[in-house]
Design a protein around this ligand. Structure first.
Ligand SMILES: *Cc1c(COP(=O)(O)O)cnc(C)c1O
Length: 217
C-alpha cells in the first residue's frame, strides 16, 4: 500500500471517530527495509520514521539526515542500558522506556546534556512474560519515579498480544495515560492502526503496510 493510501486511511479514521484531522502522527517503521524503499518514502515527503535497532540506525540515518531536511527518527524497539547514550545521539524520541534501570540511566544522561528527546513508557498491557514493558499495576509508581528524576515522560506505548482483539489494550492504555496526565499515545501497527486511532492514538507505528514485508536474514 502506498504512503498516500495509508495517510488517507488515517484521515478517514480520524474523521470517523471525532478526531481532529492531523492529530495522529504516522511513524513509518523502516527497520530492516532496503534503503531504496526508505529513500522512496523520503522523496514522497515523509519525514517521521521508526527504528528498532541502535546499530542499524547509526549505519543508516546520519547519511539520510544529511540528504533530507527535517527528518525525525523514533526508537520503538527494546533499548539496552549500555546503548542509552548512543540512543540519545541518534533519536528524537524513545518509545521503549520499559524498566527502572533504563529510566535511571536516561535520567542521568538527560541531566548531563540538558536536553531530552520525547519519552514514552512502554506498558505490557497483556502482561506477557516474554514481552518488555512496565506492568499495568506498576505504572503509576514508575511514572512518579521518572518525574522525581526530572525525566520528562510525554506518553505511553503498547504492543497488544498477537492474535487478540487489540481494543481493550488500547482502551486500557488511553485510560492509564489520562489518569497520569499524559497526552501521548503510541499505539497501532499495520494491522490495527485504525482501531488505535478510534481509541485516541497520537502516534501510529506502521511498517509493512507502507514498505512491504520485512525480510530478515
Ligand atoms: C516492527 C514494529 C512495528 C511495525 O510493525 P508492522 O506490523 O510492520 O506495521 C510497530 N511497532 C513496533 C514496536 C515494532 O517493533
Amino acid at each position: 500500500m502506498s504512503l498516500a493510501q495509508i495517510t488517507a486511511r488515517i484521515r478517514a479514521a480520524e474523521a470517523a471517530h471525532g478526531r481532529l484531522p492531523g492529530s495522529t502522527r504516522l511513524i513509518a517503521v523502516s527497520k530492516v527495509q532496503p534503503l531504496d524503499r526508505v529513500v522512496a518514502v523520503l522523496e514522497e515527503g515523509h519525514r517521521l520514521f521508526g527504528e528498532n535497532y541502535v546499530q542499524e540506525t547509526a549505519g543508516k540515518w546520519p547519511d539520510l539526515r544529511a540528504r533530507f531536511s527535517g527528518v525525525q527518527v523514533h526508537m520503538i524497539g527494546p533499548l539496552q542500558t549500555n546503548k542509552a547514550k548512543q540512543a540519545l545521539d541518534l533519536f528524537d524520541a524513545i518509545h521503549s522506556v520499559d524498566r527502572p534501570s533504563l529510566a535511571d540511566k536516561l535520567a542521568r544522561l538527560v541531566q548531563e546534556r540538558g536536553t531530552a528527546p520525547e519519552m514514552f513508557v512502554q506498558v505490557n498491557t497483556g502482561e506477557e512474560p516474554q514481552k518488555a514493558g512496565v506492568l499495568p499495576a506498576d505504572l503509576d509508581a514508575f511514572i512518579a519515579r521518572c518525574r522525581a528524576m526530572d525525566l520528562p515522560v510525554q506518553g505511553l506505548m503498547c504492543i497488544p498480544p498477537e492474535g487478540e482483539d487489540p481494543s481493550p489494550h488500547f482502551a486500557m492504555l488511553a485510560a492509564m495515560a489520562a489518569r497520569n496526565g499524559l497526552s501521548g499515545l503510541s499505539m497501532g501497527m499495520s494491522s490495527d492502526f485504525e482501531i488505535a486511532i478510534a481509541h485516541g492514538a497520537t502516534h501510529v507505528r506502521v511498517g509493512s503496510a507502507i514498505f512491504g514485508a520485512r525480510s530478515y536474514g
